[in-house]
Design a protein. Structure first.
Length: 142
């Protein structure tokens, strides 16, 4: 996080578990208002948005926009050691953002129930583009 990111969310800590647009966009809004955002990226290639569309100096212009004011670390969330790291990180954050397909975090042992056993206190902001799931209970549409 840059030193110039002082704002109304200063002191708020966010853990961003997501890729491409939706999750990182939400994380960027928090970061733009001064929150400390820690983004988790997969090893070797990072967030796919790094190489999405028009590139400048090897990175996508979208990457520069979506990652500003954030810190990034690399973790393979399919790996038990990385999952243990996330379970420790969630104890220190105020909010968690994720935009994986529904059930992905649960498959990795990082779902709400799993993290609740780790004594975390943060709400989880789940962002999805539905992935074929009916949303009538939430949105009133089929």
């Amino acid at each position: 996080m840059g030193e110039s990111s002082i704002g109304p969310l200063e002191g708020v800590k966010v853990l961003e578990l997501g890729s491409l647009i939706a999750g990182p966009f939400a994380g960027r809004l928090f970061a733009d208002f001064g929150a400390e955002v820690l983004k988790i990226e997969p090893p070797k290639k990072g967030d796919p948005i790094r190489k999405w569309r028009l590139l400048h100096n090897g990175n996508s212009l979208w990457w520069y926009v979506q990652s500003r004011n954030k810190k990034s670390i690399t973790l393979d969330l399919k790996n038990a050691e990385a999952q243990a790291v996330v379970k420790e990180l969630v104890k220190e954050v105020d909010i968690i953002i994720e935009n994986f397909r529904p059930g992905t975090l649960e498959k990795w042992g990082l779902g709400y129930e799993d993290l609740n056993r780790s004594s975390f206190r943060a709400p989880i902001c789940k962002i999805t583009t539905s992935f074929g799931i009916k949303t009538s209970a939430i949105g009133g549409t089929n």
